[in-house]
Design a protein around this ligand. Structure first.
Ligand code: ZN
Ligand code: ZN
Length: 114
């Protein structure tokens, strides 16, 4: 596979690897594998960036506030999932992860945590 790296290491010490052909993105914490000659190759620790596939959400389904910056698609204490602002998600106290919730960046619609 042929990958190019675009952008640089961010504050969370992950690197973003962007496929030159499909535009698919990966994140990787193995920074040393993405320097110099190996920088354009995805390694076994590269993880695909998941992107929110639906329409861009506008407001929190729990408190109704207009979303800004980030939103969470996650389980509520009552069972059903909802699109929440980060404050409501904290209030649900279920955390992030598989079966609990995913946090997305509202601008890029890319998953940032979970
Ligand atoms: Zn990698
Ligand atoms: Zn809310």
């Amino acid at each position: 596979m042929d990958f190019v790296t675009r952008g640089l290491v961010d504050s969370t010490k992950t690197i973003t690897v962007v496929s030159g052909n499909s535009g698919r993105k990966f994140t990787c914490k193995a920074l040393n594998r993405h320097q110099g000659a190996g920088a354009t190759l995805a390694c076994q620790d590269c993880k695909p960036v998941r992107t929110w596939m639906g329409a861009k959400p506008v407001s929190c389904q729990i408190c109704g506030t207009t979303l800004s910056d980030k939103f969470v698609d996650g389980a509520t204490r009552f069972g059903p999932w909802a699109i929440m602002c980060p404050a409501c998600h904290r209030d649900q106290a279920l955390g992030l992860g598989t079966g609990r919730g995913q946090m997305y960046d509202l601008d890029s619609l890319e998953k940032v945590e979970g």
